[in-house]
Design a protein around this ligand. Sequence first.
Ligand SMILES: [Zn+2]
Length: 277
Amino acid sequence: MTKLLLIILDGVPYRNWRRLFGNLEGWVEQGEARVRQMRSVLPSTSASCYASIHTGLPPQVHRIWDNADIRRLEFPDVFGALTKAGLKTGAVTHSYWSEFFNRAPFDVVRDIEYDEPEGPITHGRFHTMHGYGHANQMTPSDYDLFGTLTRLCEVKGIDYGILHTCTLDSMGHRFFHDCEEMDHACGHLDAVLAPFIHRWRQAGYEVIVTADHGQDARGHHGGTGEEQRDFAFYYFGTSPLPPEDQVLDQLALAPSILTRMGVPVPATMTAAPFLTG
Ligand SMILES: [Zn+2]
């Protein structure tokens, strides 16, 4: 059985991945990881993309039009399919993921962390970014988030885990992308993430590192165009991948994860998986 971790760094455009993430690119150069380009759904808005990443459905079907009006989604998703198959899931993410895939509204005392063997999220560790604004991005330290996910792997024995962090998306909105601040922020995140990837690989997990969408030169996303939509998809694992020049469809991520983990794909996830079982 394949164990898998999905690491989502929110709002990083393809060109910044390939230019600034030296550890990820080093693993690609050494043949330990492979990289592809992936394109987000439209709108290329965070909450719309989160819902699509785990349901395999476009926003026109799941109806998350933007970051407002978050609700519990009524469609099959990755967490539900995995726990139905008897596997343990973990989430270290923004609270939207708990609301979409477990329960809404988010009660900060009840839902900030939970361990619920029946799932769909077996072990959830969340943060809200409450009070987020241009001058105060309210994101937790990524080092702490990586540590928390590692505990879910090593203490709780999760089979699948997702980690999502908004640090670089918030920085991009504030500073835009072609500047010293973003160079440093991307390089720093790459350096902080690298030892955890090594540790997760040693523990037997396949690892995906990717984004939910890109950002353009003015720090915007939501619309069309390669900078707003496209991001890198790094894969540490043994499944075959499509050819290097094929842009991957974000809607194929959910069925790809389930296929890779040997779990039946719900009929609502109609995109062809790009990972094999
Ligand atoms: Zn986002």
